[in-house]
Ligand binder design. Structure first.
Ligand code: GUN
Length: 177
């Protein structure tokens, strides 16, 4: 049984309060939450999976430029912003949870090379839902995904972003339990 978002039930919140609690579920992209809220919620949306599907559908139906803007709102993994402590709280926690703050200098350089190669090929950063993965698994996936074409990689990035949102909502529900 998954928890429900009981300390701030989406179905009971006005737009401003909803955005205060859930506007950051999609990294630097509160319009996703706003569009979902405007479609109307029922009690079912107090379940993190239902809310993740609902907000995810907003993102899947958005046009390609909007999708790319959301992908671009993500920081590089083990990137300079992470080193400088400039990430959002969620990103900091996710990257540290995958041990990315523990990279050796060789691993760190590998991330920098891959981040650059990926950006150059696709024009957006590599996004992966890191929960349950360690840095070795992430580096492996990174090299594999570099072989994809841009359209496939954009779709994969959007799926991964929806997965990240799902984890974030489950974290909030568990924290509020
Ligand atoms: N996956 C989970 N969190 C993050 C993040 O902050 N950046 C990227 N690129 N992927 C992630």
């Amino acid at each position: 049984m998954s928890h429900i978002l009981k300390s701030a039930r989406p179905s009971r919140l006005g737009l401003d309060a909803f955005l205060e609690h859930y506007g950051d579920i999609f990294e630097h992209s509160p319009w996703v939450a706003e569009t979902a809220w405007k479609q109307g919620f029922t009690d079912q949306h107090d379940d993190p999976n239902v809310l993740a599907d609902c907000m995810g559908n907003v993102l899947k139906r958005a046009d390609i430029d909007q999708q790319i803007a959301v992908i671009r709102a993500h920081p590089d993994l083990a990137g300079k912003a992470a080193l400088a402590g400039e990430l959002t709280q969620d990103s900091t926690r996710e990257q540290a949870g995958a041990g990315l703050d523990q990279c050796s200098s060789e691993e760190f350089e590998r991330f920098q090379r891959l981040n650059q190669a990926y950006q150059e090929k696709f024009g957006f950063p590599f996004v992966i839902a890191v929960k349950g993965l360690d840095r070795h698994a992430i580096l492996y996936a990174f090299e594999k995904r570099l072989e994809n074409d841009a359209a496939a990689e954009r779709r994969t990035a959007i799926e991964q972003i929806i997965q990240i949102a799902r984890f974030r909502l489950h974290m909030r529900a568990a924290e509020a339990a």
